[in-house]
Design a protein around this ligand. Structure first.
Ligand code: NAI
Length: 337
């Protein structure tokens, strides 16, 4: 069965008419989504978009942008549809202390990432709908694309339907932020969180490790740091290639490269044995991610300390020092008259 993709025609903004929409957090997503919802007229005449935030610069920005503002606690209490748009790692504590006490049966909690819902880190009061409207796009582009009349990919799911209207509400919010213009993909918090974590914990570390190992091999063979780093990524060429990958596919973009390059790439790719990698990725997916082991580790009290230690360990690799020296040199050359 194919995946359901919702477009503007499937989503009716009237589903949130007369409901007060509280956007909690005014950062990357919070600002973009609040502005888009207001410009879409979400909430109708009787409803309105309000922003709840702790007392910091983000609160001032929401105020400057003309939103009624209040504390997180107050906004959660007056909101009928409550968008939780603060960083994932602070959500469990902030939600328990300041958001959950204000939620009433019939309200809707909207998350933009599946992580805390998927791993049971939010205790949502009974009778409250829980939905996910998760843009696959940075906040700045959620706003700029909306203003241009363009869309962006978005995942939508219903995690708890206490009222029987959760899907209609989720789709109305998705439409209000511009998330159904390009089609919103029916997903789940578990799927969204697992794919996000898999990308972060399997795909990107493998790419980083390939680049580090390549540096070690090439440095040892006597190639200069400048030449190696520009060849690998400092030129910006991989970013260009990935732009074409997004448009034409992994192999579809190959004709942009020389015949020599194409033959070399395909010969090496077909000769690679990726079975070790497949075993490792399978273990990461099941044992670390889907089992909840990673979420438990990252929720532990010493997680911040561990992150700092890992950062220090990663920075100790010779590639970091080489990169800093090359980048310093590049800046010096660019600023030279
Ligand atoms: P952000 O880092 O921009 O959030 C800043 C906001 O959170 C500010 O309003 C700040 O006052 C508030 N905040 C920070 N720490 C706080 C604390 N301890 N207590 C109370 N408020 C606090 O967050 P961002 O990036 O907008 O992410 C929000 C949600 O959107 C997350 O669930 C994230 O996974 C999701 N998301 C983010 C995307 C992105 O591109 N940044 C893309 C798609 C989803």
């Amino acid at each position: 069965m194919g995946t359901t993709i919702y477009t503007d025609g499937d989503a009716d903004l009237r589903a949130v008419d007369g409901r007060r929409i509280a956007v909690l957090g005014y950062g990357n997503q919070g600002r973009a989504q609040a502005l888009n919802l207001r410009d879409s007229g979400a909430g109708g005449e009787r409803g309105t978009v309000i922003v709840g935030n702790r007392d910091d610069d983000y609160l001032s920005r929401a105020h400057e942008d003309g939103f009624p503002t209040s504390s997180l606690r107050e906004a959660a209490a007056v909101g009928d549809v409550v968008l939780l748009l603060i960083p994932d790692e602070v959500q469990p504590a902030v939600f328990a202390e300041q958001v959950a006490p204000g939620l009433r049966a019939g309200d809707t909690l909207v998350v933009a990432s599946g992580y805390n819902v998927a791993f049971g880190l939010l205790e949502v009061p009974d009778g409250v709908d829980v939905v996910m409207v998760a843009p696959r796009m940075i906040g700045a582009a959620v706003r700029s694309r909306f203003v241009q009349g363009a869309g962006f990919p978005c995942f939508v799911s219903v995690e708890r339907d206490a009222t029987g209207a959760a899907r209609r509400t989720a789709l109305a919010i998705a439409r209000g932020i511009g998330g159904t213009r390009a089609g919103a993909i029916a997903s789940s918090a578990r799927e969204e969180a697992a794919l996000d974590l898999f990308s972060e914990q399997a795909i990107w570390p493998a790419i980083l490790s390939v680049l580090r190992t390549s540096y070690e091999v090439l440095h040892k063979a006597g190639f200069s740091d400048e030449a190696v780093l520009y060849e690998m990524y400092l030129s910006g060429e991989p970013a260009e290639v990935f732009t074409h990958v997004a448009r034409d596919g992994l192999l579809g973009q190959l004709p942009l490269h020389s015949q020599t390059s194409q033959y070399g790439q395909l010969r090496a790719l077909c000769g690679l044995d990726a079975s070790d990698l497949a075993a490792r990725f399978t273990s990461i997916l099941h044992e670390d991610i889907l089992s909840g082991a990673f979420a438990r580790e990252w929720s532990a009290a010493d997680a911040g300390q561990r992150l700092a230690q890992l950062r220090q360990r990663a920075d100790a690799h010779p590639l970091s020092a080489a990169e800093q020296a090359v980048l310093r040199n590049q800046t010096r050359n660019q600023t030279r008259p």
